[in-house]
Design a protein around this ligand. Structure first.
Ligand SMILES: [Zn+2]
Length: 160
């Protein structure tokens, strides 16, 4: 399974280019976030080749992810894509002569995930319902100060 993201340096030594065209099981992208799910195979396309001292990796990748609307929590499907992922690695840093780019690809794709999404193209129908929540939250913040003023009163009364 993991062989899908390996590049054998020796096979590129005579100026060969390794064409990459894979459809990967998205399970390698899984994070600890329960709300984030990857739904579609990760399609990757690109090539790998060597210069005198470096391995060059140039890829496109795409998949689909599910994540919840920041307001109503409804799951939304978004397209996740890397249009031009480019990586260079000095050959001497690949002592095994086999380069595994899965973790690089994973990190690059995860960075593309938006910090928050809103359903209905940014117009969540539940959006008005969040306003009273924000107001009550503000009030709670104010109440935090009451115990301090109480303390001040108690202090004053004990010194009397
Ligand atoms: Zn929503």
């Amino acid at each position: 399974m993991k062989q899908e993201c390996l590049i054998w340096i020796d096979r590129l030594k005579n100026g060969q280019t390794q064409k990459i065209a894979e459809s990967l099981n998205p399970s390698f992208l899984d994070t600890n976030e329960a709300d984030l799910k990857f739904l579609a195979p990760v399609q990757i396309q690109g090539e790998a080749y060597l210069t005198n001292e470096e391995l060059i990796l140039h890829l496109k990748a795409s998949t689909k992810a599910n994540l919840p609307c920041v307001i109503c929590n409804e799951l939304i499907t978004i397209d996740l894509a890397l249009d031009s992922f480019y990586h260079t690695q000095p050959i001497h840093e690949i002592p095994s002569a086999i380069f595994d780019y899965q973790e690089l690809l994973r990190e690059a794709l995860l960075l593309e995930i938006p910090h928050y999404v809103e359903c209905n193209q940014g117009k969540c129908p539940d959006r008005p319902a969040i306003t009273p929540y924000l107001c009550s939250n503000k009030q709670q913040k104010q109440e935090v100060h009451f115990p301090f003023s109480d303390l001040g009163d108690n202090h004053g009364s004990t010194t009397q």
